[in-house]
Write a protein that binds this ligand. Structure first.
Ligand SMILES: Cc1ncc(COP(=O)(O)O)c(C=O)c1O
Length: 448
């Protein structure tokens, strides 16, 4: 199997990438070279294109293990207020992204809730948010008893479309929560200009965007506050963890108190709050990962660029585009659109079944028409929403909740997870080969 794998790679490296037909034909010929299952989709008994695993995640390196063990042995498992693993992480992370302050939290969701509360989002407010995101982005708004108002996405970049923001702004709009989906930056210049023009607060959901940059500036540092996630699948990971960054020390103090049961750093009760603190063992997992992050990010960028260029040669496969001005992506996930009209109208589910059988990992999470999910109506029927929002207002809210471009994205989108980009360009060629093989054998999709 290993030698077959190598021979396909060698073939692909040598193959012309000039024409679409050549890529698809190359995949067929590569499969023919692979054995008796030539040209047969793996889902129908053919040989899978990928025969070895992609790089493992999370990064259970020796450095990470030692750091964890030493924090464990220190006996200091809870956040200490002078020094310690959490404080070290906060200092380093702030430096890394170029922010004056960082506050570590127990998750990205907690970071978002804390940040939205601290910029003043509350009952009666509306927050503008993109529907192509994880449920937590929206739940954080609902947890503030505010309405998530969905701004449609740009179909090429999958990010919040700045051109769709202004028609949704009214006297209740308090904040914008742009999401750098996939860890690729939104057009923060246009979003910030609109927010400042209308006096809106900006809380960036940079959960997926550690080290992503727009015109050389790191995601999370454009708005009033930026929020990150270090959940297991993220590009630095500690199981569950998050952070808020910002430059306004007063605002960061509000965040601190909210995440610490309403107690300030000087231990004075200054307001309402909950307990959202990161613990020392989580920070001990994170600290050593900061040393390898920049190099891994460069690798992901290089591989993703190679993949995008090659996937674009296959008819019906449209890779996610980057906004002009993106100088670095985090590539937490990277997507493409599957256009079924180029695949004999085979539904995306059949394409995915074929891709899975070729042993290519993917996810369709975040392509689930979040703005239409029942949890939103459930929230709106809670007493607090019923008391604060008039029937007319809620009806208007429901009527305007349309995001046709996001609906299209939900129907067509496929994501590849970040760890597949940690290998080499040969790994990318395997992904291209798998997709090209499905394209060349699209007649077989009907049998799946
Ligand atoms: C875009 C986005 N926002 C928020 C979150 C929430 O982060 P966490 O899972 O750390 O609570 C995630 C996590 O997957 C995310 O991807």
């Amino acid at each position: 199997m290993a030698s077959e794998h190598v021979s396909r790679r060698v073939f692909l490296k040598g193959a012309s990438i000039g024409t679409v037909g050549a890529v698809a034909a190359g995949a067929v010929r590569a499969c023919q070279a692979a054995g008796e299952n030539a040209g047969r989709l793996a889902a129908l008994g053919g040989t899978p294109v990928r025969t070895s695993p992609f790089p493992a995640w999370p990064p259970a390196s020796e450095e990470v293990e030692q750091s964890l063990v030493s924090a464990f042995r220190s006996g200091k498992w809870s956040r200490t207020f002078s020094g310690g693993q959490v404080a070290t992480f906060e200092k380093r992370f702030a430096e890394l992204v170029g922010a004056a302050h960082c506050l570590a939290t127990g998750s990205g969701t907690q970071a978002l809730h804390t940040a939205l509360h601290s910029v003043g989002v509350g009952a009666g407010d509306e927050v503008l948010v993109a529907p192509c995101t994880f449920i937590a982005t929206v739940q954080a708004i609902l947890m503030c008893n505010a309405l998530p108002v969905f701004v449609d996405v740009d179909i090429d970049t999958y990010q919040m479309d700045p051109g769709s923001i202004e028609p949704l702004i009214n006297s209740h709009t308090r904040a914008v929560e742009p999401v750098h989906i996939g860890g690729l930056p939104c057009d923060m210049e246009r979003i910030m200009a609109i927010a400042r023009k209308h006096g809106l607060k900006v809380v960036e959901d940079a959960a997926q965007a550690v080290l992503a940059e727009f015109r050389g500036k790191k995601c999370g540092t454009f708005g009033d506050l930026g929020c990150f996630s270090f959940q297991t699948s993220k590009v630095i990971a500690c199981g569950e963890g998050g952070a808020i960054v910002g430059n306004d020390s007063e605002l960061m103090e509000k965040c601190y108190a909210f995440h610490n049961m309403g107690l300030s750093a000087k231990n004075q009760s200054v307001g309402i709050g909950t307990k959202y603190r990161m613990h020392e063992l989580e920070a001990a997992l994170l600290n050593p990962q900061l040393a390898t992050l920049a190099e891994q990010t460069r690798t992901r960028n290089k591989n993703a660029a190679h993949l995008a260029q090659r996937l674009a040669e296959i008819p019906g496969i449209v890779p996610q585009k980057l906004h002009e001005g993106v100088t670095q992506g985090a590539y937490y996930i990277y997507g493409f659109r599957y256009q079924k009209e180029h695949f004999n109208d085979a539904p995306k589910e059949k394409f995915l079944k074929a891709l899975r059988a070729e042993k290519i990992p993917f996810t369709t999470m975040y392509f689930d028409q979040l703005n239409r999910q029942p949890f939103i109506d459930k929230a709106l029927s809670l007493p607090v929403f019923q008391q604060v929002y008039s029937k007319e207002r809620l009806n208007r809210y429901r009527e305007q909740n349309h995001c046709p471009r996001n609906d299209q994205l939900s129907a067509e989108g496929v994501w590849l997870p970040q760890y597949v980009f940690l290998g080499d360009t040969g790994d990318m060629d395997d992904i291209v080969e798998a997709v090209a093989k499905i394209a060349a054998n699209k007649d077989q999709l009907a049998s799946l």
